[in-house]
Design a protein around this ligand. Structure first.
Ligand code: PAF
Length: 180
């Protein structure tokens, strides 16, 4: 199938008009085999599978690697195509944060332990962007890797606490032959 790439909220709405049930795989790009498995899995949920590619600045603290985060958009779209993803949503920062970063999602105490202990602003940024993506795509299913287990737990918690009408699906870790 050929994958449509849309970059604005208006084009996303057009691409999803008349949609059936939607599955969403949020990503920051630099897709690898683990992502491909997630993307393939997503096509088994609902009628139309969407992947988002957005390197989210608010989950990087000053001094972390936002500027150097790997970006290879063409290769990412090719992986999406191979996995039969119908729509890639690849917004810029103005689409996602039109009013700056004033309104955010607070992950609560679970966001302050484990990885959150050394990255105190990270999970607030993750939940904020995921909630925006949920608002824009309005997925029936959203798929995340179990590799980022704290992230997955916090997203499930947010969905429950903020009464978001989406089913969160966790996908098993994919390992290289050496166990990585
Ligand atoms: O796991 C990731 O790649 C990111 O944290 C996510 C969920 C796409 C939010 O930017």
């Amino acid at each position: 199938m050929s994958t449509s790439v849309v970059r604005t909220k208006a084009d996303l709405a057009r691409a999803l008009k008349g949609r059936g049930a939607v599955s969403l795989v949020p990503t920051m790009g630099a897709l690898h085999d683990g992502h491909s498995r997630l993307l393939e899995h997503a096509t088994g949920y609902g009628d139309i599978a969407v992947a988002s590619i957005f390197v989210n600045p608010t989950q990087f603290a000053p001094g972390e690697d936002f500027a150097d985060y790997p970006r290879d958009f063409d290769a990412d779209v090719e992986r999406c195509e191979q996995a039969d993803i119908a729509v890639v949503f690849a917004p810029d920062v103005h689409q996602m944060y039109p009013g700056g970063t004033g309104v955010t999602v607070d992950p609560g105490p679970l966001g302050a332990v484990l990885e959150g202990a050394s990255r105190p602003t990270h999970f607030g940024g993750v939940l904020t962007v995921v909630s925006k993506l949920f608002g824009l795509v309005q997925p029936d299913y959203a798929l995340f890797g179990e590799k980022d287990f704290q992230q997955l737990t916090l997203i499930r918690h947010m969905v429950r606490e903020l009464c978001m009408p989406v089913e969160v699906v966790g996908c098993p870790i994919v390992r290289e032959s050496d166990g990585l």
